[in-house]
Design a protein around this ligand. Structure first.
Ligand SMILES: NC(=O)c1ccc[n+]([C@@H]2O[C@H](COP(=O)([O-])OP(=O)(O)OC[C@H]3O[C@@H](n4cnc5c(N)ncnc54)[C@H](O)[C@@H]3O)[C@@H](O)[C@H]2O)c1
Ligand SMILES: O=P(O)(O)OC[C@@H](O)[C@@H](O)[C@H](O)[C@H](O)CO
Length: 386
């Protein structure tokens, strides 16, 4: 059995690749970072180090890496003969891997079992986005290709920080992990991924994850950055920031409870577990990694505006989420292109225009005026007219 995994970065090596290896797949990483591809190909094993309570080391073997920028045809050939394709490249990069998967499907023996495709990104229905990209790029050829693949959405959860310079291919991760995968697309033949659980309806799982883990994480990062704190664990040890994060998560939990009929006590346990995970002092995770790409994180269906918009529509509280969005507006990392764009927009556009462009909300939406107010407040701090 063979799996081709796009994105040999933190979660690619530290989680998806690890579980595919444990499932018995021969693993082919595909990445565009030449030094990373070369480093992977110089070793025959790497170690996933879990740090924090209960952490242990696991060795991964049976892998190689291809540079898809330099050798796209080699990647296409591997896909044609693979059982599984996974991605962990970031939601905005899916459109760049789509042509390779499309060509791999075109080369595939039509009598082979369908290729099982799963995007492991932090986004609602990321695999559907990938399928839509492949379909759009295939045009009329899609009808012939569609039957050669099945597409399943997933929710992956494990905190994998940026790895220090010189760490090589080994990866430091937290001990916790969760991987929920839609079952129906596979029929009677789901992939063998030990530790993953297959569910009939992914929506409650991905929304609970994105709107709790990632909302809480980003809230910690943005308030932490604003307070001049570098790591997630240190930010949460500040009682004022911890209170902000808890308040934001109580708002998302209130929405999740009514929307998906989730038990409030289980949601409270889920929140407590997540906050414990964030406090893992052995995990060197920074506010800069977790806050990365603020425009993506502030977009319409993401971890802030997604739950806050639905909460506002239902008349539920949103003030803590809006305050977190205010902190996100202050995220100023000159090495992050989206942060630079956000700061430029705040300086060049009026508050209503920034709110509409960043959040995708209509001006008449019940959330709009509240976000516009924090945008204007940030502009006042910057000394620019809103
Ligand atoms: N790190 C985590 O804690 C974590 C946890 C769950 C989900 N995720 C999600 O996984 C995805 C990846 O996150 P990460 O933290 O591993 O990021 P990362 O930057 O460590 O890894 C991304 C990798 O993708 C590669 N890449 C970029 N463009 C590519 C292309 N066109 N083809 C192939 N590879 C390409 C990069 O070179 C990099 O090695 C994101 O969607 C993220 O939200 C991350
Ligand atoms: O990967 P992002 O940029 O969407 O979000 C940053 C972190 O919140 C994220 O990577 C978490 O570590 C991860 O989602 C935990 O499962």
């Amino acid at each position: 059995m063979k799996a081709v995994h796009f994105g040999a970065g933190n979660i690619g090596r530290g989680f998806v690749g690890l579980l595919l290896h444990q499932g018995g797949y021969e693993l082919v990483f595909s990445d565009v970072a030449a030094p990373l591809v070369d480093a992977i190909n110089t070793v025959d094993r790497y170690t996933v180090h879990e740090v924090g309570e209960g952490g242990r080391d696991t060795v991964v073997t049976g892998f190689r890496a291809l540079n898809s920028a330099e050798h796209p045809d080699a990647v296409i050939e591997e896909i044609a003969g693979a059982n599984v394709v996974t991605t962990a490249v970031g939601p905005t990069v899916l459109k760049f891997v789509a042509p390779l998967i499309m060509s791999g499907l075109a080369l595939r023996d039509p009598s082979s079992p369908p290729l099982q495709i799963m995007a492991c990104e932090n986004a609602i229905n990321a695999t559907d986005l990938l399928r839509d990209e492949i379909k759009a790029q295939a045009g009329e050829a899609w009808d012939a290709l569609a039957g050669r693949a099945v597409f399943a959405n997933t929710a992956v959860d494990r905190i994998v920080p940026a790895q220090p310079e010189g760490a090589g291919v080994d990866v430091t991760v937290e001990p916790f992990f969760e991987w929920a995968i839609e079952r129906p697309p596979f029929g009677d033949d789901p992939p063998t991924i030990p530790g993953a659980h297959f569910v009939d309806d992914l929506a409650p799982y991905i929304e609970r994850k994105l709107f709790t883990v990632n909302t809480g994480h980003a809230t910690t990062a943005y308030f932490g950055a604003q307070a001049g704190i570098d790591t997630i664990a240190a930010a949460l040890s500040d009682p004022a920031i911890a209170a902000r994060v808890s308040a934001a998560l109580e708002e998302t939990s209130a929405l999740l409870a009514v929307k998906h009929d989730l038990d409030p006590t289980s949601l409270a346990d889920y929140r407590a577990t997540i906050l414990r995970r964030f406090r893992n002092a052995a995990l060197p995770d920074t506010v800069w990694r977790v806050g990365r790409q603020p425009l993506r994180k502030l977009s319409r269906h993401e971890r802030f505006v997604g739950p806050a918009a639905e909460a506002a529509e239902r008349g539920l509280a949103v003030d803590a989420l809006v305050a977190a969005m205010g902190a996100a507006l202050a995220f100023d990392d000159t090495e992050d292109a989206q942060s630079v764009d956000l700061q430029r927009m705040l300086r060049e556009q009026d508050a209503a225009s920034v709110t509409a462009a960043v959040t995708g909300l209509e001006p008449q939406h019940p959330l709009f005026a509240k976000v516009e107010a924090v945008v204007a407040a940030r502009q006042a701090e910057l000394g620019v007219a809103g």
